[in-house]
Design a protein around this ligand. Structure first.
Ligand SMILES: CC(C)(COP(=O)(O)OP(=O)(O)OC[C@H]1O[C@@H](n2cnc3c(N)ncnc32)[C@H](O)[C@@H]1OP(=O)(O)O)[C@@H](O)C(=O)NCCC(=O)NCCS
Length: 330
């Protein structure tokens, strides 16, 4: 019988060799390995990110990443087991390896002492059916395409915008906590998780081909503390740039400062092709400087599976009842 083992050393190499082709995101093979190692070396990654494999005498059958998140559902704190990068080595496909891996992984996660998870969460790239058979319920969410409405004053609005850095993270976490509070479900995003999330995109940009990707973290401040911020992944595509608004926050409930920051960023380069911005905005957060030009279901389908009685309420979640930033998709 195959063992459920941590993916390290030669086991991890087998997994990276096989998964590289579909998940390299433009990195070369060496950078692909460094990308994962560097994520694990962050303060959050060390404690909350791991990879598990079903291994038989050194031969990997299937593997997955496991993220241990803290979250809130209906006002109760709970732990969420995030499952990512589910993969069966090509030679072992269609023999139930992924099913066995997931069942054993979730069984362990639901009993695991201090890390006992109430809910399993994943983002399916292969439609909902496979995971529905394993008890996961799809949560219908939507992705917006946004355009920045440019200031009629033909220039940047008078908002002081600067690069964000680590000293802003406590303020960013506090803005997020206030915004998330009314929602039935959200991750509890502390400083380390926000740092991890930004570091991950920065690593991807830094390890990839020069100029292809960029991570932009900007804040607007009042006094000395950040009162609004945006985190954007910018991808160069042909002549243009595609932006993903990974996350944002604003002390102003309407998001007026987030809108102003985006106007400032657009005005930096008047000749640049205007990007369409992809985002997973929380319900009721529509800064007036942003026009929603499209809305559709994201390619990755959010799915949850309750693992304990406390997690059962996750089955009834509706899109407008949860807050989940694109930054935290895995
Ligand atoms: C999806 C995957 C993990 C399934 O692994 P597996 O060990 O072969 O899975 P199981 O034996 O438990 O189940 C096989 C069933 O998976 C389903 N399945 C496999 N690939 C699928 C896909 N791309 N889309 C939808 N369903 C798929 C099929 O129903 C298949 O049954 P069939 O062969 O009778 O049609 C494997 O095909 C894989 O590694 N694919 C590449 C990576 C990937 O796409 N991972 C999912 C990310 S969300």
């Amino acid at each position: 019988m195959a063992d459920l083992a941590p993916a390290e050393g030669p086991v991890l190499e087998q997994i990276l060799d096989a998964t590289y082709e579909i998940w390299h995101e433009g990195l070369d093979r060496r950078a692909y390995a460094r990308y994962y190692a560097a994520q694990r070396a962050t303060p959050w990654g060390r404690a909350h990110l791991s990879r598990v494999a079903l291994v038989d005498r050194g031969d990997v059958h299937a593997s997955a990443k496991l993220y241990a998140f803290d979250a809130t559902l209906d006002g109760r704190s709970m732990r969420v087991a995030g499952i990512g990068a589910v993969f069966t080595q090509p030679a072992h496909r269609r023999r139930g390896a992924a099913k066995e891996l997931l069942e054993r992984l979730l069984d362990r996660a639901s009993k695991d002492g201090a890390h006992k998870a109430d809910i399993a969460l994943l983002f399916s790239e292969i439609g909902p059916e496979y995971y529905a058979r394993l008890g996961f319920v799809p949560i219908v969410t939507s992705e917006q395409q946004l355009r920045v409405i440019e200031s009629t004053r033909c220039g940047a609005p008078a908002t002081w915008v600067r690069f964000g850095d680590d000293r802003d993270l406590p303020a960013v976490a506090a803005l997020g906590e206030t915004r998330a509070a009314p929602f039935r479900f959200h991750l509890n995003r502390d400083r380390d998780l926000i740092h991890y999330s930004i570091a991950k995109k920065r690593l991807l940009a830094g390890l990839g081909p020069a100029g292809a990707r960029e991570l932009q973290f900007f804040v607007a401040e009042e006094g000395t503390s950040a009162v609004a911020y945006v985190v954007i992944s910018a991808n160069r595509m042909g002549n243009g740039v595609a932006w993903t608004l990974e996350e944002c926050g604003d002390r102003d409930p309407t998001g007026a400062r987030v809108g102003a920051i985006l106007q400032v960023l657009i005005a930096r380069d008047p000749a640049e092709h205007r990007p369409v911005i992809r985002a997973w905005l929380p319900a009721n957060f529509r800064p007036r400087q942003l026009a929603v030009v499209g809305e559709q279901a994201p390619h990755e389908i959010m799915m949850m599976k309750p693992l304990t009685p406390a997690g059962e309420a996750a089955r009834t979640l509706k899109a407008e009842e949860l807050l989940y930033w694109r930054a935290d998709a895995f």
